[in-house]
Design a protein around this ligand. Structure first.
Ligand code: SF4
Ligand code: SF4
Length: 211
């Protein structure tokens, strides 16, 4: 799930002050679960901005251009009357809304990471979309998202009793977690293997062949 956080309302207010009308797009998937861009949050912002609001809708999943089109078409007149779209969704959804409407997009949320939901309001970063997943070699622990230094070969010298020096030994060292997981699975030979640096010569766009 894409984890988002609301921008302070003063920031949004400042961003939309030069527009006469804005149309608000929420997200019925990730941002609804994060309680940052679901129906309640969209209505709350619509109420606060009052007459500046040209209309609003919660798109089932705005990052999916097909669904965005489907959900925005019935709102065409309201969207057309707006100078800008206020996106209460992740950066992908916001760009999808900008592409489709041709309007200036105002991000109402900050996109934080790809995460696991423990419970509402408690999210853990679990993936940084590195394009070359190494979980098989790390006991299912993402070294990019969970090691404070993003090391592919750990643990580093900052590990003490399974805790990471970054942040003052409050969080588990990812590489100790990886060691324990591989040990449980009888795969410590994998732990000892050298993992070469990630090949950053290609961007995700080049890998997928899409813009
Ligand atoms: S290694 Fe980590 S960042 Fe890369 S794809 Fe796997 S989970 Fe995501
Ligand atoms: S102590 Fe562990 S989690 Fe922290 S930076 Fe070193 S290897 Fe990474």
């Amino acid at each position: 799930m894409i984890i988002t956080r609301k921008k302070p309302f003063e920031t949004i207010e400042e961003s939309i002050k030069s527009f006469k009308k804005v149309f608000i797009v929420g997200c019925g998937t990730c941002s609804t679960v994060c309680q940052t861009g679901g129906e309640a949050q969209v209505k709350e912002v619509a109420e606060i901005i009052g007459e500046k609001c040209a209309g609003y809708t919660v798109v089932e999943s705005p990052c999916d251009a097909r669904i965005l089109r489907r959900d925005l078409m019935p709102k065409k007149a309201e969207v057309d009357s707006a100078d800008a779209v206020l996106a209460l969704c992740c950066g992908a959804g916001a760009q999808s809304a900008a592409d489709f409407t041709g309007k200036i997009v105002v991000p109402g949320l900050d996109t934080l990471f790809i995460g696991k939901i423990e419970r509402i309001g408690t999210f853990y970063e679990r993936c940084r979309a590195c394009t070359d997943c190494v979980l098989l070699d790390t006991g299912g622990i993402c070294p990019y998202a969970r090691c404070a230094k993003g090391l592919l070969n750990g643990p580093c010298g900052g590990q003490v009793d399974g805790k990471c020096e970054v942040g003052g030994y409050t969080r588990d060292c990812a590489w100790v977690l990886a060691y324990r997981a591989l040990d449980r699975h009888g795969r410590l030979d994998v732990f000892m293997k050298y993992r070469p640096p990630r090949d950053r010569s290609k961007t995700p766009q080049e890998i997928t062949g899409r813009k």
